[in-house]
Design a protein around this ligand. Sequence first.
Ligand code: NAP
Ligand code: ZN
Length: 346
Amino acid sequence: MAIARGYAATDASKPLTPFTFERREPRDDDVVIDIKYCGVCHSDIHQARNEWGNSTFPMVPGHEIVGIISAVGSKVTKFKVGDRAGVGCFVDSCTTCATRDLDLEHYLPGLVGTYNSVEADGKTPTQGGYSDHIVVKEGYVLSIPENLPLDAAAPLLCAGITLYSPLRHWKAAPGKKVAIVGMGGLGHMGVKLAHAMGAEVTVLSQSLSKKEDGLKLGADHYYATNDPETFQALAGSFDLIICTVAAEVDWNAYLNLLKVDGDLVLVGIPENPVPVHAFSLVPARRSISGSMIGSIKETQEMLDFCSEHGIVSEIETIEMGQINQAYERVVKSDVRYRFVIDMASL
Ligand code: NAP
Ligand code: ZN
C-alpha cells in the first residue's frame, strides 16, 4: 500500500478538506500515474454534496485526470514510465459478458466509477483525481497526445467525451444543424467539437453574456433562452439538440425547436423527472434520449480527434486549496469554462 494525499468530502454538507488514504500497490496490469492536473466537473459537486442520493464518504472526487506514468506492472504493454496518461470517469468494467466487444462498457453493469464507487471486489472504495497519484488497470488509461497541453486536455476526459459521443452517434456533420444548450464545461466543448465535425452550431444560453466567446469557439449562432422570441424564431430548426443543463427547463419548448425526426439528447442530469407532452414528439416523429460519457475506445478516438483539430478546453487553473470557492463559482455558472486543479499546489 502507498499513502496518497488528496482532498476529500467527508460529509455532504461540509467543505472539502485535506485527506490521506491508501492506494493499492500496482498489480501486473496496473500503471501508477503521478497526477499533474484534474478538472472540476459539475458531477463532482453533485456527488460531493450527495445531490444524486448515492454518495459514500469520505470521497475524493475528480474524474478528469492527467499526469505522467511513474511505474508499470510487469504485464503492462501499452504504457511505459514517463508517458502522458489520462483517466476519465471509470477505472474498471465487466469483462466477462458477451457484449464486451461492443465498446459499450460504460452502459453495462459492473462499471467501476473512478470515485464514489467500489472496485470489482465489491468492497474497496475508489478515490478520484483530487490527489497526488492513482493506480489504474492499463486498459482504462488513455494516451494524451503530445501536442495537447496537459492542463487544458484534462477536461477532455469527461466534458470532451460526454459531448463527442452523442455528436458522433447522432451524426453531427456538414449539413446538420446542432444546438448546444448551456455554455458551461460540457457545453463549450460541444461547441468546439460540433464545429470541428462540420455541423452548423447554435448555442442556446440563458443570456447573451457569453455570446462573444461562443462565436469565437466555433458557434455560428447564439441565442438567449430568457428571451421568449428565441423559441418562436427557432421553431422546427434543429436536427440535434444536446442539453447540458442540470436544472429544470421547459422541455416541450426545446422539443419544439427540432425538425421532423430531430433528437433532443440529455447529458445534463436534472434531479427531477423530465415532463414531456406527447404532442411535442408525435406530430414530428421527434425523439428524446440520453447519453453518458463514452467507451474507452471512443475516448481515445476523441483525444486523437482533438489532437488532429487542436482542440482543448478553455480553463482557469486553480490551486487545490481553492476548490471550495471553485465549487461555489461553478454552481453560479461563473467559470470560463472549466476549473483545472494544478496538483503541484497540493
Ligand atoms: P456547468 O459547467 O455548471 O455547466 C452547466 C451550464 O448549464 C451552465 O454553464 C449554464 O449555461 C447552464 N445552466 C445552469 N443553470 C441553469 C438554469 N437554471 N437554467 C438553464 N440553464 C442553466 O456544468 P457541467 O460540468 O458542464 O455539467 C453539466 C451537467 O452535466 C451536470 O448535471 C453534470 O452532472 C452532467 N454531466 C453528465 C455527464 C454524462 O455523461 N451525461 C458527464 C459529465 C457531466 P449558460 O450560462 O450558458 O446558460
Ligand atoms: Zn464529469
